[in-house]
Design a protein around this ligand. Structure first.
Ligand code: F0G
Length: 456
């Protein structure tokens, strides 16, 4: 069909009301939350773009699968269905369920890392970085230089800088127990990694005898970008592309709260028998028996079903197009954001949005607070508050101060997206009035979750 409107490729069977508040109510709510949107009551939020993690809508088939859950403590039928689906997708031998992505990270890193080790990645997500640093190791970000320039258009801004990776492997190889690559690169703007780049990383890992682990949270969205943008890939299915990407890895960590289309869950998978045994032993200590890993049988069913739905072409076309559409609306008004638009989110460039607010006064917090007070839209700062605090307690602003508008999967309609665009444009019109912020409370790790602020 030759029509331009991209429609949601589903109809809605069940609805959940959202609550409109007045600007005065929102001012009071954000003040009580210490001007940190993480501390708001979700009921006071109209459109919640805090995260795309665990916030998606399950399909009728997933709700049906829940009833098939086998809640046996050990050897549940649901585990074997889950394991088979993951193995068919990833071609990895050992599949270890976990309650979410960071549990997979903790188990992997606690098992494999020693103090002083180094883990290269394109860009580590905050929990990945924190789980590496807590082991006394270093999380090294090696994204290509283009990946750090918000306005620069490049088809695969999530790619890793292969030259820098080789230098690290050559000079500090004895300290590198594994190499990771995050698809899509969440902290760098939801930008994809090409098959060619993963092939290059794989070749270096083989040359220096290092295992390659994929942080696979958004593997299906990444596969869609490859289909759209990588020469020679247009006629392949996203599923075939995803399988090829996994086939180059020795393992993966996964948060099923993203491209698993589930509200909770994750897994760790790998080929190495000995490593898998050590990880399972830790899993038993902290998560649960290896056939449920902290999840209910019905969660395993929902994830298995979600992993089969997520590579559907009609779904991915709508998903990525809807995010891109929001980017187009902002672009038309000159709002600065990371180009091209990411897969699961639009990332506003808060430093360019508010050039009069220095990174040390957290321009991302200003933008988030304004979007909330103006329109009840909740976004998240990915910048100096989230990433600026170093293990030694000093503050060093990261390359970018961003505000992420993350789109939950299958939850909001096109008119919700139009409303969000209107709110962002209004905030942009008022930008000169916005001021900076300072901490009134700043915890020592993952401070963005519970920090409190007051105006400078
Ligand atoms: N890796 C990446 C790239 C992520 O984006 C996340 C979570 C994780 C790992 C951890 O997974 O939440 O299941 O423990 N990202 C969410 C977000 C929280 O909002 O981007 P988890």
């Amino acid at each position: 069909m030759n029509f331009h409107t991209i429609i949601e490729p589903f109809r809605i069977k069940s609805v959940e009301a959202i609550r409109t508040t007045t600007e005065e109510q929102r001012r009071k709510a954000i003040q009580e939350a210490g001007h940190n949107v993480f501390l708001l009551h979700a009921e006071d939020v109209l459109i919640d773009l805090l995260t795309d993690s665990g916030t998606g809508a399950m399909s009728a088939a997933q709700w049906g699968a829940l009833m098939q859950g086998d809640e046996s403590y050990a050897g549940s039928r649901s585990f074997y269905r889950f394991r088979d689906v993951v193995q068919k997708l990833t071609h990895l031998k050992h599949v270890i369920p976990t309650h979410q992505g960071r549990a997979a990270e903790r188990i992997l890193f606690h098992t494999i890392l020693k103090p002083g080790d180094v883990v290269p990645n394109n860009t580590h997500f905050d929990t990945t970085r924190a789980n590496i640093e807590v082991e006394g190791a270093e999380a090294l970000d090696l994204v290509i230089p283009e990946g750090k320039v918000p306005s620069l258009v490049h088809p695969f801004k999530g790619n890793m800088d292969l030259g820098r990776l080789e230098n690290v492997l050559k000079e500090r190889g004895d300290k590198v127990p594994l190499v990771m690559v995050t698809v899509t690169n969440n902290s760098g703007g939801g930008q994809p990694v090409s098959l060619e780049n993963v092939r290059g990383i794989r070749a270096l890992c083989s040359k220096y005898h290092k295992p390659l682990f994929i942080d696979a949270c958004r593997f299906a969205e990444n596969a869609w970008f490859i289909k759209q943008r990588e020469p020679g890939q247009a006629d392949r299915s996203p599923r075939a592309i995803a399988e090829q990407m996994f086939s180059m890895a020795d393992g993966c960590t996964m948060s099923a709260k993203k491209d698993g289309l589930a509200n909770i869950g994750g897994f760790l998978a790998m080929n190495d028998d000995d490593l898998a045994e050590r990880c399972r032993n830790l899993l038993i200590l902290t998560e649960g028996f290896p056939t449920y890993g902290g999840l209910a049988g019905y969660d395993l069913e929902a994830i298995a079903q979600g992993l089969e739905e997520v590579t559907d072409e009609a779904y991915l076309r709508y998903r990525i197009r809807s995010t891109e559409y929001l980017g187009e609306r902002l672009d038309a008004a000159g709002v600065p954001f990371i180009k091209p638009t990411g897969g699961h989110a639009v990332y506003i460039d808060a430093r360019a949005f508010l050039p009069h607010v220095p990174p040390a006064q957290y321009p991302g917090i200003s933008v988030c607070n304004e979007l909330y007070t103006l329109g009840g839209v909740r976004a998240v700062e990915i910048g100096t508050v989230m990433f600026g605090l170093k293990p030694d307690g000093t503050e060093v602003p990261p390359p970018m101060d961003l505000v992420r508008l993350a789109i939950p999967r299958r939850v909001y309609t096109q008119s919700h997206i139009d409303f969000v665009a209107e709110v962002v444009l209004e905030a942009f019109r008022r930008r000169e009035k916005l001021r900076g912020w300072k901490f009134t409370y700043s915890p020592k790790v993952l401070r963005h979750f519970t920090a409190r602020f007051e105006p400078v």
